[in-house]
Design a protein around this ligand. Structure first.
Ligand SMILES: Cc1cc2nc3c(=O)[nH]c(=O)nc-3n(C[C@H](O)[C@H](O)[C@H](O)COP(=O)(O)OP(=O)(O)OC[C@H]3O[C@@H](n4cnc5c(N)ncnc54)[C@H](O)[C@@H]3O)c2cc1C
Length: 309
């Protein structure tokens, strides 16, 4: 085992930031990524609140992050980590595919998974009309009528993007008070082809080969309406994923990883958690990159301290 190696699980903004800082501290980050470098940024049409980037396209930011890692000679391992175990000597074994490696430090930066919406027909029409990524699938619905489910920033911002390509965009929100920032709501309302149905819920999806219509129900009056739509984009939030973590006591009762907000240390020595998967008050890119740099600084400190002993 190489004493300087740090296993980073996930290479979104949090994991990438940690990798960059660790490399520059002279440590050896070993990055595992099951999907795309840049994480969730790849599934965001435009990012308008990251300083220094004037409305950068999400996938473009992902590519820039990948290039930055390449420039630092950090070569991600494109695999899904399916097990993290602690050994008797305090080191960690991580498993992926049929491989297993041991590391002195593990940094959990695995983000969150999409929360399922649980509407009848959701499974049947997944990728046949139902999507969780407007930036990936939006262009297939050019000139068509689509629905967006959700009331947070992601729902409103992606709905704005869809307004620019679709014939009409109806946003269906469970409550009348939205979680999104006012600015995003107003931007959506300003589109002529936008419409908000609140408080409504989608209760059924119908179609033959692909989605053709949905039934929505007013949560106050119980009134039902059938809407002809060819696409439905679901943004109802995210949930933590901890199944691979075979170490007890690290997650809180909701599944978010408990870590000190200044050191990113969990209660297990040499195990750190950063970004969206952490019990953080704000899940944004700025927070993720800050967490990554703090964790890297702490790991470097912990490494130097361990050598002094
Ligand atoms: C639609 C949408 C729009 C958004 N818009 C904005 C915005 O405008 N501004 C903003 O600041 N934030 C925005 N966010 C939030 C922002 O994207 C996240 O806060 C940020 O990406 C979190 O970074 P992260 O590195 O913690 O997690 P993620 O970006 O989710 O990255 C985690 C990575 O870990 C990988 N991974 C997970 N499990 C494993 C495993 N077992 N093995 C290997 N790899 C694994 C995943 O594939 C992923 O690449 C948006 C989010 C969404 C969904």
């Amino acid at each position: 085992m190489n004493e300087k190696e740090v296993c980073i699980i996930g290479c979104g903004p949090a994991g990438a930031s940690a990798a960059i800082y660790l490399k520059r501290y002279g440590m050896e980050p070993v990055v595992f990524e099951k999907d795309l470098i840049g994480g969730k940024t790849n599934y965001t049409e435009k990012i308008e609140n990251y300083p220094g980037y004037l409305g950068v396209k999400g996938p473009e930011l992902g590519l820039q992050i990948a290039q930055q890692l390449k420039n630092l000679d950090i070569k991600p391992i494109y695999s899904e980590i399916n097990g993290v175990y602690q050994n008797a000597d305090g080191t960690f074994s991580v498993t992926y595919g049929k491989e297993e490696r041991t590391f002195p430090y593990v940094l959990l930066a695995n983000g969150l998974a999409d929360r399922p919406y649980h509407v009848p027909g959701e499974e049947t029409f997944k990728r046949k009309g139902i999507s969780t990524c407007a930036v990936c699938d939006g262009p297939f619905y050019k000139g068509k009528d689509v629905l967006v489910i959700g009331s947070g920033n992601a729902a409103f911002e992606e709905a704005c993007y869809l307004c620019s390509i679709c014939h009409s965009v109806t946003l269906v929100a469970r409550r009348e008070e939205f979680r999104a920032q006012e600015e995003a709501v107003e931007r959506f309302r300003a589109f002529e082809n936008s419409r908000i149905l609140a408080p409504y819920q989608c209760i059924a999806c119908r179609g033959t080969d692909s989605l053709e219509a949905v039934t929505v129900k007013n949560s106050k009056t119980g009134e039902e309406m059938e809407l002809a739509v060819q696409g439905m984009f679901v943004y109802v939030g995210s949930i933590p994923v901890t199944g691979f973590l075979q170490i007890p006591g690290v997650a809180d009762e909701r599944g978010f990883l408990k870590a000190d907000p200044t050191t990113m240390k969990t209660q297990v020595q040499n195990l750190y958690a950063i970004g969206d998967c952490r019990n953080t008050p704000l899940r944004q890119i700025t927070m993720a990159v800050a967490d990554g740099s703090l964790a890297a600084t702490q790991i470097h400190y912990d490494y130097l301290h361990s050598r002094k002993k």
